[in-house]
Design a protein around this ligand. Sequence first.
Ligand code: ATP
Ligand code: MG
Length: 564
Amino acid sequence: MTQVDVSPPTDFIREIIEDNFKTNKYGGRVATRFPPEPNGYLHIGHAKSVCLNFGIASQYGATCNLRLDDTDPSGESLEYVESIIHDIRWLGFDWEDRLFYASDYFEQLYQFAVQLIKAGKAYVCSLSADEIREYRGTLTEPGRESPYRKRSVDENLDLFTRMRAGEFEDGTHVLRAKINMTSPNIVMRDPVIYRIKRAPHYRTDIQWVIYPMYDFAHCLSDSIERITHSICTLEFENNRPLYDWIVAQLIADDRPQQIEFARLNLSYTILSKRKLIELVEERYITGWDDPRMPTIAGMRRRGYTPEAIRNFCAKIGVAKKENLVDISLLEYCVREDLNERAPRTMGVLRPLRVVIDNYPEGLTEEFECANHPQNPAMGKRMVPFSKVLYIERDDFDENPPNKYKRLGPMREVRLRNSYIIQYQSMVKDEQTGEVVELHCTYNPQTRNGPPSDGRKVEGVIHWVSANHSVPAEVRLYDRLFIIPDPASVEDDVTKYLNPGSLETLASCYVEVSLAHATPGSRYQFERLGYFCVDSKDSLPDKLVFNRIVSLRDSWGKIAGQGKG
Ligand code: ATP
Ligand code: MG
């Protein structure tokens, strides 16, 4: 398999696999699968499962299938299938020719159901949904048997055939497994395994009007594909006895085993498809690929790299206990990766015009600047300098505090990769009193070193030459929600959306070297953070950048392991 190795040293799932090797449980075979339902886009929680399943396959020289678990027609679509395929490939994983659809197994699954009926292990029940619920009992009370439980095999076969043929309305009959209505595990109280649903399916159209339930379809799809380790999240723990029961009735050997692990919960965001769909449909954000979304598509558009996401998944590891992972750990992984790979440039987000009074009119100098301070292989670029510049509004303070290391009245500062300039005067807007222009002088001797009298100038600020820069729009992103654990709120989660999650700066200027920056390319704007050319809205004559992440490392501070 051509996969990137992202495997952490070990975890309880890998221990189970290695135990199975020792006892030769599957004859040394390991086969995993990633089984998304195409009813939404993949998010960072899915990435955890993708990295786990494909990572195991790669580590043990095994296979991992991609299976679209498309057995419920409502909400599933080809758009979602395509996005899932694209996202997993982008994450760096490969299923070779093993792309499967549970809907391709509909006939086989139907035949399995017939087999159960013939074995007296399933019956057609004609209670209503409400009645079924009522008969099911509670955690403290046993359930009661359905009056239809004693139907004969022949009657069941006849009814099930007619269910398939479309003779009955939705909800009039279901097929149930005949297990145990007094089981302490409610899941085992004669679960429904087939229902009538007259809804067109995006692949099988109107060919089927009955659809298998998840618990029935999933374990049998695993069996059909000869999966050995069926890895899923903890909420399916109670369903495992049912998984085993169904497989035991129908599969002779090499039965897959279900193993549960804790799902990823990430602070300041939500990883529930249902809630994410609501954000998309109600237009709280611009779409599945909005750079604020925790989706793979959103993170890709924002500028996160697959390497950073895989690293994050390796760092969080796999365990049996749920917790809330701090989103700043993900940002730390992104920053760490981009620090290596992103070329340095300069961009001014909130421009303030600076005129260098003693610089010759019409002169342009070009300064050679390294694209990466530690990596000469990333090359150099020429950065033009001229009489009129833009600096960051924040880098000038009319009344600077004592320790201010930037520009202010009577102060000097070094322009990054360039000269030291000295403040002379400012021009204010008469109406608003806002500073709109600075006049400074430059010291021609300071291009490559300190002033000749050895004076120390500590502050360094970034800049662009006004006539040699490119206008750009820059979008700054903040957390999607204002509370750390929006997933846990009982009421309407949209009340906790962060109104400041997007700030658009329409009049920025970036270095001329970025004039032809390609969509999706990533840069560090010195002192500001990492930025990515937006792949949707950026045009050759109107550059749009997304801020991927700032330079500030809040995770490092929290964990005490940052680079400072
Ligand atoms: P649904 O409620 O629609 O089932 P889901 O998020 O479970 O939503 P699936 O398409 O069933 O979506 O998920 C595919 C796989 O990804 C499953 O094996 C599931 O366990 C895993 N998965 C989903 N969410 C997470 C998460 N937050 N962390 C880890 N794995 C996850
Ligand atoms: Mg699911």
